[in-house]
Design a protein around this ligand. Sequence first.
Ligand code: ZN
Length: 249
Amino acid sequence: MKLIHKFKSLNYNKRNNKQISFLILHYTALSSIEDSINYLCDRKNKVSCHYIISQNGKIYNLVNEKYRAWHAGQSAWLLDKDLNSSSIGIELDFSPNHKNNKFSKLLIESLILLLKYLKKKYKIDKKNILGHSDIAPYRKIDPGEKFPWKKLYNLDLSYNPKKVNLNELVKIRIWFKKNKIYLNKNKILIMLNFIGYDISKSIKNKSSYRSLINNYKNHYLQKSNIKYSNSKLFNCIERHFCSLLLTKC
Ligand SMILES: [Zn+2]
């Protein structure tokens, strides 16, 4: 894997003694790799990332991994409220509104090499390889619905909720009943919160809830279509929750 060190961003600071335990994926939403590098290296924009990958698979290192790059913004996952300090940010040269609106084969191949390298180097749990849309679901949708998460699952570079024993699912259903949690929406919020998502805005606001659900679907069901069967979504979240619960017990 060849890394290009030609461009540097000064938009970084110290990690506040936090360990690197997340890899966060983004898309740039800009029209070209040149524009994106310029943007991420311009001091006045106050944003950056550690790595950016071009459509032809070149990997540029803009910020040293030991520093805190500014890619996540306000973000949360489980108890972590400052993902910039605990992650490495990877931008992909992709924009849904420009010509670079496909994740090219070369881009994805380079991303896979980089993820394998970083996952091994920092012993990162595959559950912590996430999208910006997972850690900031009310503000962000990148890496978006076209991003091929399935390719990453197959290489053990992302978490895929496995099939779980029906007996285990039944236990969860009984637990919800015992605790008088009947509405599917409430069950979904409890489960997504356990998985790691910040559910605070979804509790009262319908459009926030929709953003959260769409971002979950884009990652784990690879379909953001509203008509996508609700039962399939529910089953996926239930399986996801249950398999995490079993590994934590
Ligand atoms: Zn982003």
